[in-house]
Design a protein around this ligand. Structure first.
Ligand code: NAI
Ligand code: MG
Length: 354
């Protein structure tokens, strides 16, 4: 099993080091190959996603990714910015389904933005479509308006776009995920005003016929945003488009206590995937040894489950994370009175030992 390890920038190297430490105690035949990505790759090779890195990712069975980005690259032309590496990897690997589980560990209910009783036992999964929607739709650009409210003025425009096959493939992924969990799927759209959402809803309803055991409901995105903070436990699996998913998954992140706890997976049609924490490179705390490595460690567990067919090893990691939290070990972002504050490395060591 070959894994491409791409630590990237900022806290990337610190958190990936701990995830690799945990993988290495599992006694699996894993072959890890490291490569530069993001700002580090730009510095060393002149491009945030060098050909060699992309090829390594393509040849591997899975990609373990840290994070990219740093303020010092803000002035670069868009194509050289570190964040372009993520888009390039998604495109190059055909990753279209983004899984973001939001799970609230019993020990961390106090750290949530919501009242403990609203999040105790929370375990939801947001599935975000990753390749379509207004982020990629053409045409887009700037021009002088010929109509609208202010003809003759400068305007900017993007195109929200989804094709039937794009929606069908994410629908299958979502229904299959729901089958493995609570057999309940909520499809989020804005079909009352958007044509793309109407197609989305039609296709979801059609594909539902192939998964009669799953209870499907549809929710408008504004209501979904509200339900996430009002009664998040009523949701189980949520499937939505690229932009709505981007926003709702960050909102869901705050229910769980810290973004440092949240793993993610981006999958292609064969369940090959890229696994990374939901957070970024956190340049404000990079190099201080205080970043929470658990999101990355849990991403490695997702990798074992989804791409490497090692569900037992994944379960061992999840149980180990649970156990270090039960022991009272906390990095700074989840620390509270009465618990033991530990460094990034100490947290990784504790999980590896557990
Ligand atoms: P961020 O997620 O890096 O940080 C937001 C806040 O959360 C910061 O205060 C940070 O210290 C804290 N934080 C993040 N991860 C943490 C962890 N593991 N443990 C403890 N605290 C943690 O988001 P921000 O600041 O908006 O972006 C920083 C850079 O990361 C930017 O260059 C951005 O473009 C990039 N980014 C990269 C992503 C990726 O590689 N997939 C995703 C999101 C942002
Ligand atoms: Mg986001």
């Amino acid at each position: 099993m070959k894994i491409a390890v791409l630590p990237g920038d900022g806290i990337g190297i610190e958190i990936i080091t701990e995830a690799v430490k945990v993988l290495n105690v599992l006694d699996l035949p894993l072959e890890l190959e490291w490569a530069d990505v993001g700002g580090k790759a730009y510095d060393n090779h002149g491009h945030p996603l060098p050909e060699a890195t992309l090829n390594l990712a393509k040849a591997a069975d899975a990609v373990l990714f840290g994070a990219v980005g740093d303020w010092k690259y803000d002035k670069l032309e868009r194509q050289f910015r570190p964040e372009q590496a993520i888009l390039g990897l998604r495109k190059g690997l055909g990753l279209f389904a983004n899984f973001r589980p939001a799970l609230c560990y019993p020990e961390l209910t106090h750290a949530s933005s919501l009242k403990p009783e609203l999040v105790a036992g929370l375990d939801i999964l947001i599935i975000r479509e990753l390749t379509g929607d207004i982020y990629f739709g053409q045409p887009r650009g700037r021009r002088t308006a010929v109509d609208g409210h202010f003809p003759g003025s400068e305007e900017a425009f993007d195109t929200m776009r989804y094709s039937r096959p794009e929606i069908e493939r994410i629908a299958h992924v979502a229904f299959q995920a729901a089958m493995k969990r609570g057999k309940k799927l909520t499809s989020v759209d804005k079909a009352n005003v958007l044509e793309t959402s109407q197609l989305w809803k039609d296709v979801m309803t059609e594909i539902h016929a192939q998964y009669p055991e799953v209870a499907l409901d549809h929710m408008y995105v504004d209501n979904a945003a509200m339900q996430l903070v009002k009664a998040p436990k009523k949701l189980d699996v949520v499937v939505t488009g690229n932009m709505f998913g981007d926003i709702l998954s960050d909102e869901a992140a705050m229910l769980t206590g810290s973004i440092g706890m949240l793993p993610s997976a981006s999958l292609d049609k064969n369940n090959k995937g890229l696994y990374e924490p939901s957070h970024g490179s956190a340049p404000d705390i990079a190099g201080k040894g205080i970043a929470n490595p658990l999101a990355t460690i849990l991403s490695a567990a997702m990798m074992l489950k989804f791409s490497l067919q090692q569900p037992d090893a994944a379960a061992r990691i999840e149980a180990a994370v649970q156990s270090v939290l039960a022991q009272g070990l906390r990095t700074a972002d989840i620390w509270s009175e009465g618990t033991t504050k530990v460094s990034t490395r100490e947290m990784g060591d504790a999980v590896a030992t557990a």
